[in-house]
Ligand binder design. Structure first.
Ligand code: 4AZ
Length: 223
């Protein structure tokens, strides 16, 4: 997260760190005690035996609880060149005990309005040039940029913004590398999944997210 504010897991209790051989590589969101929603592109190079999540911790690499993956699935129509349908799920081997620091979030089923307030959280890079992740959970307040606006001449993505994408922008604040798969929340619902962007926190290039409202039916079908 670039331009973020330190926060605690209590304020973002659905947030998890996805870890491969004990090392954070992406974010995710709990949608039940046993299911995490993340980005398809996060699952491209993982094996189930090395995949686990850390839940209930403000810190990337300590505390909370860890839970091993039982299985994972990427959206069948994820396309790594266009990044359409960038969503996947991870099922956990054992149920997490939900409580103050571990909670599920509901999936949005209707798209958020252009200009709506939203927040994004994660342990990713604090600058695009930087190559280290944040030890502590960070978040930003941002605003939804609707798909039409995001692909318009107001910004510089043009036709790269596809039907299953939504954007969010705030001055000098953005998701960045290592935040992928993590949550964009608006109105108490999961409206986006950190997917891609050109660099981080550039005014011409909003953060691009998988549009959960467009993909929620796929998720529900996998449960
Ligand atoms: C990445 O490389 C990445 N600014 C994620 C999000 C954004 C850019 C890059 C959005 O995982």
């Amino acid at each position: 997260i670039v331009g973020g504010t330190p926060t605690t897991i209590t304020a973002h209790p659905w947030q998890v760190s996805m870890q491969r051989s004990g090392v954070h590589f992406c974010g995710g969101s709990l949608i039940s005690s046993t299911v995490v929603v993340t980005a398809a592109h996060c699952l491209l190079k993982v094996t189930v035996a090395t995949l686990r999540v850390r839940a209930g911790s403000t810190y990337r690499s300590l505390g909370g609880v860890t839970s091993n993956a039982a299985s994972f699935k990427m959206h069948e129509d994820y396309d790594s060149s266009t990044k359409i349908n960038d969503i996947g799920i991870v099922k956990l081997q054992t149920k997490l005990t939900l409580g103050t620091n571990i909670k599920a979030i509901a999936l949005a089923t209707t798209a958020p309005q252009h200009g709506a307030a939203a927040s994004c959280s994660g342990w990713g890079s604090t600058s695009y040039a930087g190559n280290s992740y944040s030890a502590k959970l960070l978040y930003i307040d941002t605003r939804i940029v609707g798909r039409t606006e995001c692909g318009s001449s107001s910004y510089s993505y043009g036709s790269k913004i596809k039907d299953t994408m939504i954007c969010a922008a705030a001055s000098n604040k953005d998701a960045c590398q290592g935040d992928s798969g993590g949550p964009l929340v608006s109105g108490g619902k999961l409206v986006g999944i950190v997917s891609w962007g050109t660099n981080c926190a550039l005014a011409q290039y909003p953060g691009v997210y998988a549009d959960v409202a467009k993909l929620s039916a796929w998720v529900t079908k996998q449960l």
